[in-house]
Design a binder for this molecule. Structure first.
Ligand SMILES: *[C@@H]1O[C@H](CO)[C@@H](O)[C@H](O)[C@H]1NC(C)=O
Ligand SMILES: *[C@@H]1O[C@H](CO)[C@@H](O)[C@H](O)[C@H]1NC(C)=O
Ligand SMILES: *[C@@H]1O[C@H](CO)[C@@H](O)[C@H](O)[C@H]1NC(C)=O
Ligand SMILES: *[C@@H]1O[C@H](CO)[C@@H](O)[C@H](O)[C@H]1NC(C)=O
Ligand SMILES: *[C@@H]1O[C@H](CO)[C@@H](O)[C@H](O)[C@H]1NC(C)=O
Ligand SMILES: *[C@@H]1O[C@H](CO)[C@@H](O)[C@H](O)[C@H]1NC(C)=O
Ligand SMILES: *[C@@H]1O[C@H](CO)[C@@H](O)[C@H](O)[C@H]1NC(C)=O
Ligand SMILES: *[C@@H]1O[C@H](CO)[C@@H](O)[C@H](O)[C@H]1NC(C)=O
Ligand SMILES: *[C@@H]1O[C@H](CO)[C@@H](O)[C@H](O)[C@H]1NC(C)=O
Ligand SMILES: *[C@@H]1O[C@H](CO)[C@@H](O)[C@H](O)[C@H]1NC(C)=O
Ligand SMILES: *[C@@H]1O[C@H](CO)[C@@H](O)[C@H](O)[C@H]1NC(C)=O
Ligand SMILES: *[C@@H]1O[C@H](CO)[C@@H](O)[C@H](O)[C@H]1NC(C)=O
Length: 577
């Protein structure tokens, strides 16, 4: 049985208003007619640029956590990009032959760093790592360490011997950074690892019967516990039938018997669950009780703590304190938070998370005038349902990319990941319409193209019927994502490039033998994109070299891709070398 979409949307909108009423600002902005305009502050500072080259020497374990059973085959990831912005941890470097490194004739052989990783007194190893490398894997046997709940402090240092052509003098430069290694005792209970090479999660089967760890991309939905799940467990079957692999019950979970039934059903169906502590994440004893009770769930995927702490102006340290407590007690599951604001105190809030979800809902808003509060929306005032948005799909692309960029600037590009929350509601409150299936899919695709490694749509049940609705699209889309897209996204050896061609957003992965092309026309016009516009200039025979996997309002001809407004497509390609 399906619930009425309109009802779902109204409930969604009303719960948003309820939340809002508790906070007299949103994203630090006043939004009511009787309030004045006060700049919210809290903006993310852009790094200053540097005329001289800097090296952003970074070091992180390849997996978090490692288990005792992994000890002999652990690895660290070393990044040594040369940058020209003062991002966190970047230090000036005098490059070998620095006077000619940019010249096209120079070989760009920048030389190598001698990198040493030390953990306590027992583990110590040095290897040569190329300068300007991304994702260099430094294998390290950590089995002589004691597996324990407390993470190890890891010291990573590098020396660089530069020779200059002008003088034959060799100078030695030193760089250092720290990392945190979580090396936990083996367990048969549930463990969710994060692959810091790709940002993907690795899980055992959700049914709790054991099995190997496999990488996967979470695809799921938020579902209200009391309004839907508690009344109709068959919604969980429906979500599974739609191809989703994860469910996020929205608290409060106020009937423990029914909540247990929900948990049992998700385990039986092999769905992962996100345990949400939004209503009491600042109450550390309540958090401790919940972690004690639920950390052994076989299908527990993540702990979600702060929900829109930036919107509500929660205390800056709250999410971090909860995060530290969860790691003291558990450590086997990552911690996620949801940020709603485009630019409000990003840095302090993300300190409390491994996974940062964005939940911008741009479809059907009036970006300049709030129909709820009857005031205008500007960068300094107002609440239009999507902070600092334009009201198009581009808002999603920008939001994901902005969050990724900031994490990189902060030095968290390996240790924190971004997930997306595709809008799957509307027709009430700030939203005059619900996204179509095509728009919903486009939000998911552009998010993948900008580095999102998980997707939790808001909210279920959603629009049903034919393939133009969200649920109708999802049945095809979830399978393609799992079978075709996921293998590229979770492949640490695959390369990835992003393109913007006339407003068409494209992501191109290459796993060494095949390409995956994911395209979404975020423009409201028709666009033609030649193959070379998305990095596939080597295609000489589109019929034999390009395979369509999925497309809506989008097709190809011999020389490229044709898009109608909002068209989306997924292709694999094997052009000649
Ligand atoms: C402003 O208006 C809101 C409702 O529109 C009301 O709840 C609030 O008390 C008012 N604040 C002031 C300072 O008048
Ligand atoms: C470092 O690598 C990037 C990406 O591969 C490249 O664009 C850049 O030119 C390299 N920098 C130097 C100084 O060689
Ligand atoms: C690890 O580093 C943190 C932060 O620098 C420090 O508080 C902690 O005491 C260190 N732990 C050990 C075991 O050295
Ligand atoms: C720098 O230039 C010197 C002299 O031309 C050359 O011997 C040396 O190999 C170069 N170093 C690197 C790292 O390319
Ligand atoms: C690394 O940790 C050590 C010991 O806690 C500290 O002295 C040092 O400043 C840290 N280095 C960096 C680059 O953060
Ligand atoms: C929980 O739900 C069950 C089934 O609807 C009901 O029998 C029970 O009274 C509820 N418990 C509480 C504490 O509300
Ligand atoms: C937003 O609302 C204002 C005021 O009602 C209206 O003038 C404007 O046309 C609306 N804009 C959009 C894009 O609907
Ligand atoms: C959208 O397409 C139009 C017409 O082709 C083009 O002028 C415009 O630059 C495109 N928009 C973006 C964001 O690229
Ligand atoms: C690359 O992807 C294609 C298509 O999914 C697959 O058949 C092939 O085995 C992959 N190659 C490698 C090296 O992983
Ligand atoms: C593409 O390859 C197919 C199969 O080999 C062939 O029939 C077709 O003529 C080729 N098309 C072009 C434009 O070369
Ligand atoms: C979705 O799958 C159905 C059944 O396999 C198929 O008929 C339909 O064309 C697919 N839709 C798209 C957009 O690929
Ligand atoms: C493919 O379509 C584009 C846009 O309609 C057109 O400009 C181009 O000539 C077409 N290519 C071929 C080979 O028909």
């Amino acid at each position: 049985m399906k619930y009425s979409t309109r009802l779902a949307a109204v409930l969604a909108a009303s719960s948003f208003r309820t939340a809002l009423a508790q906070s007299s600002t949103w994203c630090g902005k006043n939004y009511m007619a009787n309030q004045t305009v006060v700049p919210p502050g809290g903006q993310f500072p852009f790094p200053t640029s540097s005329a001289e080259p800097l090296v952003a020497f970074r070091c992180a374990p390849a997996f978090r956590p490692y288990l005792e059973e992994d000890g002999k085959h652990a690895a660290f990831i070393i990044d040594t990009p040369i940058v020209f912005e003062n991002i966190n941890g970047a230090a000036p470097i005098s490059l070998s032959n620095s006077s000619d490194w940019w010249s096209p004739s120079s070989s760009h052989n920048l030389g190598k760093l001698d990198v040493t990783i030390s953990i306590g007194n027992h583990v110590h190893s040095t290897k040569e790592v190329p300068l300007n490398a991304t994702g260099y894997e430094f294998s390290l046997d950590i089995s002589s360490l004691q597996a324990q709940k407390t993470s190890y402090n890891v010291s990573c240092s590098a020396t660089y011997k530069a020779e200059t052509s002008s003088s034959s003098k060799t100078t030695t430069q030193h760089f250092s950074t720290n990392a945190s290694l979580l090396y936990l005792p083996d367990t048969n209970a549930s463990v969710v690892k994060t692959d810091l090479r790709t940002g993907a999660l690795w899980v055992r089967p959700a049914d709790g019967k054991g099995g190997a760890f496999e990488p996967f991309i979470p695809q799921g939905f938020y579902v209200s516990f009391d309004q839907y799940l508690a009344k109709n467990l068959s919604l969980i079957d429906q979500l599974k039938a739609d191809g989703f692999n994860t469910i996020h019950p929205i608290p409060p979970y106020d009937n423990a018997t029914l909540f247990q039934q929900v948990l049992d059903k998700t385990v039986e169906l092999g769905l992962y669950i996100i345990y949400d502590m939004r209503s009491n994440y600042q109450n550390l004893s309540a958090v401790a009780d919940q972690v004690n009770t639920y950390s052994s769930l076989p299908n527990l995927l993540t702990w979600e703590t702060a929900h829109e702490p930036d919107g509500n102006s929660d205390p800056f340290t709250a999410a971090r304190n909860t995060y530290d407590l969860i790691y003291q007690m558990d450590g086997y599951h990552p911690v996620s938070i949801v940020l709603n604001c485009e630019d409000y105190n990003f840095t302090p809030y993300v300190e409390g998370a491994d996974i940062v979800l964005e939940d911008a809902y741009p479809i059907g808003i009036n970006a300049t005038y709030s129909p709820v509060w009857h005031t205008e929306c500007t960068p300094d005032f107002g609440h239009c349902g999507c902070d600092n948005c334009k009201g198009t799909l581009v808002d999603i692309k920008s939001r994901i990319q902005t969050y990724k960029d900031r994490l990189n600037i902060l030095g968290y590009d390996r240790t924190k990941t971004v997930w997306t929350t595709p809008q799957a509601m509307g027709s009430g409150g700030y939203w005059s319409t619900t996204p179509t299936g095509q728009q919903w899919a486009a939000m998911g695709l552009t998010s993948l193209n900008h580095g999102a490694t998980g997707s939790m749509s808001f909210q279920y049940p959603t629009t049903t019927g034919n393939v133009s609705t969200i649920e109708g699209t999802a049945t095809n889309f979830t399978v393609i994502l799992a079978e075709t897209i996921q293998p590229f996204v979770v492949d640490p050896t695959a390369t990835f490039v992003n393109y913007n061609y006339g407003g068409v957003d494209a992501g191109l992965w290459n796993n060494g033998t095949a390409y995956l092309l994911v395209v979404a026309n975020l423009n409201s016009t028709e666009v033609y994109v030649p193959w070379e516009g998305v990095g596939l200039g080597k295609v000489t025979n589109a019929t034999t070299q390009v395979q369509r996997i999925f497309s809506v309002a989008q097709n190809t001809n011999a020389t490229g891709l044709n898009f109608r407004p909002g068209g989306i497509g997924i292709y694999t390609a094997t052009p000649p070398k």
